[in-house]
Design a protein around this ligand. Structure first.
Ligand SMILES: *Cc1c(COP(=O)(O)O)cnc(C)c1O
Ligand SMILES: [Zn+2]
Length: 416
């Protein structure tokens, strides 16, 4: 794969050839997260805006030249990526914004953005002829890996915290994964998965450990930019748990800038719940040293004690002159209801968090009404319907014979 120049450790900044490393830096261990370095000159020799526009593929493989995939590796048959980018006039108007875009990644095959990363993980396992792949996950990475594995007949082993929402666990079981509910947190599941992979030789998809996951996730920012014909927005807002999506968004923008597809970088705003704010705390303190927190947010997909990709996320935010912001869980839930009511997009709490972050940044004056803003809705609300609809109210009960229809309609103000 000559379009990859090497893998660079975020900690010691040494670069390794792809053949010499599997996951993390051999010298720094688990903290030595690796970043894939591309040879942009070589890529540019046969990849440009014109031939991209001619590519008929409506999925992430149209960006194959920017992905760490061995040529000839079969792609999973599921349709991954190329999710809708809506311009939401109603929601934009509500906030006095001229251009507000929603990237609805809940429209991926397993209903979250994680499919972008899992697809790359599955390709890696297939090209290395590994019989088994495993991941720890707050839920979506797992259900996504399980679905994509099912589509190609690869076995997978999943470790989730026992508190993962039931719909995500149902997905796993229906996709035929071997599922282990860990009596502990996501962080406990993460460590157990690493141990099992090392012991049994399984391919490990863990976020912030496997260097290729951010590469898959970056396709979301490639698509946002291509969807806007490379006339980039001023802001891209994303929710952050481990920080891998944030890192990926930054990486995609960097790729496009390096190839001359875009001439400036949109600013990334990464949003965390104030009840799971480890990356934000480091941003606020102006350091790269991430201290673990005790995460309690109800936005399960961004509930992380010790973010594994925090350093790369911080660098992505800083490199784009972006910001980090925290929001309360109540604000996340209310943003979710607003997305539903004003745009018809049903988001799980982590998918609604960027809107909550936007509201807060507009209040601070950081985002202004003239700005063009894109929000990444990273997961579908059906993933955690109970969480997502909290505070949305209850239906009005009526008798089938219509005896109380009038009073029922009056009770919600439909008639007087
Ligand atoms: C995983 C996930 C996130 C957070 O991504 P990180 O890479 O952990 O920061 C946000 N939203 C949804 C729906 C997710 O599944
Ligand atoms: Zn290192």
């Amino acid at each position: 794969m000559d379009h990859i120049a090497g893998l660079c450790c975020v900690k010691c900044e040494k670069t390794f050839s792809r053949e010499d490393v599997e996951y993390v830096c051999p010298e720094c261990g688990d903290e030595g997260i690796l970043d894939v370095i591309y040879d942009y000159d070589r890529i540019a020799s046969d990849f440009n805006r014109e031939n991209l526009a001619q590519d008929p593929r409506r999925n992430i493989w149209r960006y194959e030249k920017l992905l760490p995939i061995q040529p000839g590796t079969p792609h999973p048959p599921l349709s991954i990526g190329w999710t809708p980018l809506y311009r939401s006039l109603r929601l934009g108007k509500h906030f006095g914004l001229k251009s507000l875009y929603l990237k609805d990644d809940g429209r991926n095959p397993t209903a979250s953005l994680k499919d972008r990363a899992s697809a790359v993980g599955v390709c890696q396992a297939l090209s290395q002829k590994r019989p088994m792949i495993s991941t720890a996950s707050t839920g979506n990475a797992a259900s996504s890996l399980a679905g994509i594995c099912a589509s190609v007949g690869l076995e997978c082993v999943i470790f989730v915290p026992e508190s993962a929402p039931p719909a995500k666990i149902s997905q796993l079981l229906v996709f035929g994964a071997k599922v282990f509910a860990v009596k502990g947190t996501y962080d406990d599941a993460f460590d157990l998965c690493l141990r099992a992979c090392a012991e049994y030789g399984w391919y490990c998809r863990n976020t912030g450990y496997n260097p290729y996951m951010a590469e898959g996730k970056k396709t979301v920012s490639l698509e946002i930019c291509e969807g806007l014909e490379f006339d980039v927005p001023d802001w891209i807002l994303v929710s952050a748990g481990d920080g891998c999506i944030t890192d990926g968004v930054g990486k995609g923008l960097w790729d496009l800038k390096s190839l001359g597809f875009i001439d400036r970088l949109p600013r990334i705003a990464a949003v965390q719940s104030n009840e799971s704010a480890a990356i934000y705390n480091a941003w606020k303190a102006g350091t790269e040293k991430i201290e673990p927190v005790k995460a309690t947010t109800l936005a399960d997909s961004i509930s992380v004690n010790m973010p594994r990709d925090g350093v790369k996320a911080l660098r992505a935010v800083r490199k784009t002159n972006g910001v980090m912001v925290t929001v309360e869980d109540e604000a996340i839930l209310s943003a979710g209801r607003l997305l539903g009511k004003m745009a018809g997009v049903f988001a799980e709490p982590a998918g609604a968090a960027p809107l909550a972050g936007m509201i807060s940044l507009m209040d601070q004056g950081t985002i202004t009404p003239e700005d063009r803003v894109a929000l990444i809705v990273s997961g579908n609300g059906l993933k955690d319907a109970a969480g997502a609809s909290r505070g949305a109210g209850e239906p009005v009960q009526v008798q089938p014979n219509g005896s109380d229809l009038e009073s029922a309609l009056q009770s919600v103000g439909l008639i007087s």
